[in-house]
Write a protein that binds this ligand. Structure first.
Ligand code: PHE
Length: 464
């Protein structure tokens, strides 16, 4: 007995779901930190180049594999090749994606907590001009305590669980169709406020006037890693989502739209964060804690003349982070859920339950590595930092090289071009229209992506 496979219901739904996967903590939390640490506009330019030369081609490649195979990411590559190296790309990606999920839900739990403490006025109450010690101890006490972060993480995991259990169309697509437009509205409102903050000028020039003396190999490596993370590449998410796409979807256009949306959101997040940061004289190098220690103070400082406005801006900002985190986390959730559901032939809800239990257990270990498990180190890093480093810096470029070589060289050119060029109500016309772009993508996958990614990977390992 074959069961009809789930699918997305509309093109808008597909765009929102895939953009929802891409737009996440990576854009709003990680991007401003990376840009701040690597010199602003120079980093932004390299980042945009990485999106164009590596990100978009790899996204098309993942879409191609997913829609062609119409199965979960771990099995999709097996349908196209039986060679042990290529058939396991999806499996490796799915494992890495599942590991990302385990620490992603921890940070998402923090974001949820900060939404609550902003809403109830706690953040406002801690504000002292020029003194961030209140925020420092709030954050340090919270992340190092055992139960509170676990509770928020569990709450967030349950939100993911119920979305995934509701199904591809009723859960993922419906949620994305509501949350993503809400996210854009909040983003625009916040950018509007931010441009009137006292430090807006300085923030803008930091983001848009490149200082090329800041450009180093490290900048380039970080920009590539950030581009991959931000576009949700190589972790099985986009491949799994594409397995629910209809044949009428234009894969190249979709990849282009998603990348443009994702980049715009990252730039807009920069437009919110940097004016606030400059107006309160915060050290840009402050790293991951920026969103939790520096920013609450920065928002209250920037709008200190109008307290209700600082409350509104800060609460909207954390609401934005929660929405972004949720739509990304569900795409990570879907990868192991679809795999278990289709491999073990058990109900989707049971598969999701299994993922939830494992995610809660591993997530708890990651969360506790900020506190009582802080002494456990893997290669000199805490469990949390190690997972982030391992998945984003090692696994993403490695899987990227494999996907580019596989789709560029191993898969038959005609199979790729036919899949990518077949879309729209009249596929023959569409094939003509799409041909030029799909050959550009193929060229980038063959010649540019493997070389640049290999250089980046050797750079990460310190070999070059
Ligand atoms: N792209 C997401 C973000 O920017 C993170 C993510 C990475 C999601 C990999 C899925 C897969 O937050």
């Amino acid at each position: 007995m074959t069961q009809k496979r789930a699918s997305f219901g509309s093109k808008f739904g597909i765009l929102m779901a895939a953009a929802g996967s891409a737009v996440g903590l990576g854009n709003i939390w990680r991007f401003p930190i990376e840009t701040g640490q690597h010199g602003g506009a120079a980093f932004l330019l390299v980042y945009i180049a990485a999106i164009a030369l590596l990100g978009i081609p790899l996204m098309v490649a993942e879409f191609f594999v997913g829609r062609n195979a119409r199965t979960n990411a771990a099995h999709a590559y097996r349908k196209l090749s039986s060679h042990p190296v290529w058939r396991n790309i999806g499996f490796i990606g799915a494992i890495s994606g599942s590991l990302i999920l385990c620490y992603y839900v921890v940070v998402s739990g923090w974001v949820l907590k900060y939404f609550v403490v902003s809403l109830d006025g706690t953040l406002g109450g801690l504000f002292r001009p020029g003194d961030a010690s209140g925020y420092e101890s709030l954050f340090a006490d919270f992340v190092s305590s055992s139960w509170s972060p676990l509770l928020y993480m569990a709450l967030f995991v349950l939100m993911c669980h119920f979305t995934i259990t509701a199904g591809v169309r009723q859960g993922i697509e419906k949620l994305s169709k509501i949350f993503m437009p809400a996210l854009f509205v909040i983003l625009i409102v916040l950018v509007g406020f931010s441009l009137f903050a006292p430090g807006a000028q300085e923030g803008l020039s930091f983001l848009f006037h490149p200082d090329f003396s800041k450009l180093t190999t490290r900048t380039v490596l970080s920009a590539i890693a950030q581009a991959f993370y931000s576009l949700s590449l190589c972790m099985g998410c986009l491949c799994t989502y594409a397995s629910y796409f209809g044949k009428n979807v234009n894969l190249v256009n979709s990849a282009l739209s998603i990348s443009v949306i994702d980049t715009l959101v990252a730039i807009m997040a920069g437009l919110i964060v940097f004016p606030a940061v400059f107006s309160s004289g915060i050290n840009l190098e402050s790293g991951p804690s920026l969103a939790f220690i520096a920013l609450p103070g920065a928002f209250h400082q920037a709008f200190s003349a109008v307290p209700w406005l600082s409350w509104l801006v800060s609460t909207l900002f954390y609401a934005l982070l929660v929405l972004a985190a949720l739509t990304s986390a569900i795409s990570l959730y879907e990868v192991p859920t679809a795999y278990i559901h289709e491999t073990w032939h058990i109900r989707r809800s049971r598969a999701a339950l299994l993922v939830t239990v494992v995610c809660l257990l591993l997530g708890a270990v990651c969360s506790l590595s900020m506190g009582i498990l802080g002494d456990i180190h893997l290669f000199g890093k805490t469990i949390f930092d190690f997972l982030d480093y391992f998945c984003t810096t090692i696994m993403m470029p490695l899987c990227g090289i494999l996907i580019a070589i596989f789709v560029g060289w191993i898969v038959k050119r005609d199979v790729f071009l036919k899949e990518v060029n077949t879309f729209g109500p009249n596929p023959t016309d569409a094939a003509q229209a799409g041909r030029r772009w799909s050959t550009v993508i193929l060229f980038l996958l063959r010649w540019v992506a493997p070389v640049l990614l290999l250089l980046a990977f050797l750079g990460v390992l310190g070999i070059i």
